[in-house]
Ligand binder design. Structure first.
Ligand SMILES: NC(=O)c1ccc[n+]([C@@H]2O[C@H](COP(=O)([O-])OP(=O)(O)OC[C@H]3O[C@@H](n4cnc5c(N)ncnc54)[C@H](OP(=O)(O)O)[C@@H]3O)[C@@H](O)[C@H]2O)c1
Length: 254
């Protein structure tokens, strides 16, 4: 019997990550779910069981806060103990931070940079090594349409996503020589817990996370370098950067 492939998804307990977990589960993948909360992992596992071909055995949960500096190493150690290897890595977990840069809370800012930048970089490094040894694998890194321009009043978040985009495209070029595919997803406004966490209302034009995940899954399978879900978000790319940046300033300023 052909061995099922395994996908590790960070931030799989809600929003786009949960929708991606459903997609991969339905397609017959085994799942490794990462979240900082045991309770949310348990609830997510229960919700996902109906989609899993491998039943309960097809899901491994890892309780890990990605804002911890050694998060990637800890995840890797746990997987080694469980003798589970990763065929696809999805770096989806991410947090936002809205407000004028000088007013950003230092601890929140640090946590965001750890989750959005450090954890993504370290997880890519750790699992790319494993994929290089195996001679195959895929990575999907979740950036944002915000990666395409500076974002006044949400400066560090937009910059963190620009980092993800640049880093992902660079390692894509390196890893292609080893038969590994690295793709980047640039979601626009999506109906998830993201805005609630940042203390804001989700805008009415938000896309559904299931739709975003479906497009992301197909883009990854087709090895698309840049995956921008939705015609509106794709059209946004045509607007001059200065104009978009001014619009962000108006939208994000209280
Ligand atoms: N929603 C949008 O409009 C939008 C637009 C562009 C890009 N994005 C990007 O899309 C990705 C997914 O976000 P979403 O919209 O689906 O938001 P979400 O519903 O808030 O989900 C975020 C996920 O990240 C996890 N997470 C947060 N902090 C973490 C930490 N310290 N350690 C480990 N996991 C952590 C959460 O886990 P717990 O809930 O268990 O804590 C949750 O599963 C993010 O990278 C975000 O930047 C979102």
């Amino acid at each position: 019997m052909k061995k099922r492939k395994t996908v590790l998804i960070t931030g799989a307990t809600s929003g786009i990550g949960f929708a991606l977990a459903k997609c991969f589960g339905k397609e017959g993948y085994d799942l490794i779910l990462v979240s900082p909360s045991k309770e949310r992992l348990y609830q997510t596992e229960v919700k996902l069981l109906q989609f899993m071909q491998g039943g309960k055995n097809g899901i491994v949960t890892i309780c890990q806060d990605l804002s911890m500096p050694d998060a990637a190493q800890k995840i890797n150690q746990q997987l080694k103990k469980k003798k589970v290897s990763v065929d696809i890595l999805v770096n989806n977990a991410g947090v936002g931070l809205i407000g004028e840069a000088v007013t950003n809370d230092a601890e929140k800012l640090n946590q965001m940079l750890q989750v959005n930048i450090q954890a993504v970089t370290q997880l890519c490094t750790v699992f790319l090594r494993e994929m290089y040894q195996k001679g195959g694998g895929k990575i999907l890194n979740v950036a944002s349409v915000g990666a395409f321009q500076p974002g006044p009043y949400t400066a560090a978040y937009y910059a963190s996503k620009a980092y993800v985009a640049s880093y992902s495209r660079a390692i894509r070029s390196e890893a292609a020589r080893k038969g590994i595919q690295v793709c980047t997803l640039y979601p626009g406004t999506t109906h998830t817990n993201f805005f609630r966490r940042a203390g804001k209302k989700t805008p009415f034009w938000a896309m559904s996370p299931d739709r975003v995940a479906h497009i992301a899954y197909n883009g990854l399978m087709k090895n698309r370098e840049i995956i921008v879900p939705g015609i509106f978000n794709r059209l946004l790319r045509l607007i001059p950067v200065k104009m978009k940046s001014k619009a962000v300033a108006v939208l994000k300023r209280d």
